[in-house]
Write a protein that binds this ligand. Sequence first.
Ligand code: PLP
Length: 398
Amino acid sequence: MTEKDSQIKFNSSDTVGVRVGHERTVFGEHSEPIFSTSSYVFPNSEEAAMRFSGEREGDIYSRYTNPTIRIFEQRISALECGERAVATSSGMAAILSTCMALLSAGDHVVCSRDVFGTTTSLFNRYLTKFGIDITFVSLIDIDQWKESITRSTKMFFLETPSNPLCEVADISLLSTLAHKNNILLVVDNCFCTPALQTPLKLGADIVTHSATKYLDGQGRCVGGAVVGSESHMNEILAFLRTCGPAMSPFNAWVFLKGLETLNLRMERHSASGYKVACWLRDRLEIDAVHYTGLETHVGHLLAKRQQKNYGGVLSFELKGGKAEAWQFIDAVQMLSRTANFGDAKSTIIHPATTTHSRLSKEEKLKCGIKDNLIRLSIGLEDVEDIIHDLKLGFASLV
Ligand SMILES: *Cc1c(COP(=O)(O)O)cnc(C)c1O
């Protein structure tokens, strides 16, 4: 090892995203190397024994440590202002690992209602099997959070802004409530990424990520991460070591390349998201536009306070119902009809019949998922080309 960017303190997250974590090897490589190896060779038996006993640092097996994954962990941890990160095989593995490591049978979790659909299933279908109780509440109604607390409540879990309606939770307020009651606050930060929001600085204990979305940013790999204190991450790493949902070194390398451009990309996603939201707001064919960047949005001031910008995901309600929404979506030519978001390519989807189709009619109503709702993830194409494509959607309605 000849040079350690990781030991230099950087003032700006722009620099952190590009530099942190890489210790150049004897070959002097400029880009981070991919260590595609499952295990590591010990120079002698004593060293092997020391590593296994934990007396000496060093890699043993890539289910729990790998140099390429370590660079990614150090960089995402620095960006989120955490003490340490653990990389996982997917965003769901990040949430699962957090719950398995920090919860036990008999514990109770309070979760915001409109989290990622698979997160809801994880709590409802699997964690309940192991005796963990779950209560879903409105993301923005602090009284519901307060009233749901029982003697067994161990964790608050939320996403802010929510998907696809962009409701905003007050992270500081919820962290105060949580900590007063000895509850951990876990925030899924996929939507904003550390480029726009750092929940740990606002009082959250743990941040989870699906690296699959904006951290990659180009729709190439599935992965996840958990960030927080040294002691929490030790417990989560212990789960990973035993149960195995580890990230692959190649994916870690792709995510590292993603982090290098994260701030730049989020700036562009946000600028274009804002332009599209303003353009949509003025159309007569529309009932509502949900985007935290619009001053008319209920969560705007809160988002302005706790986020650096407003991101690229927005949704809108067309006048009409499912037929009009489908007609609009099927008429666009460039936007990709896919449920993914956070990609360089703009995407369009009908939540009521796809991402939220498993909800009952009543549940959809409760979450505000109407039949006329369309979600957009604004990518990195020229915003005029995006608007031109959306015009095809509107033209199809007449
Ligand atoms: C996609 C997503 C997840 C799950 O991540 P995977 O990488 O697909 O497992 C969790 N939370 C949010 C907010 C997501 O968008």
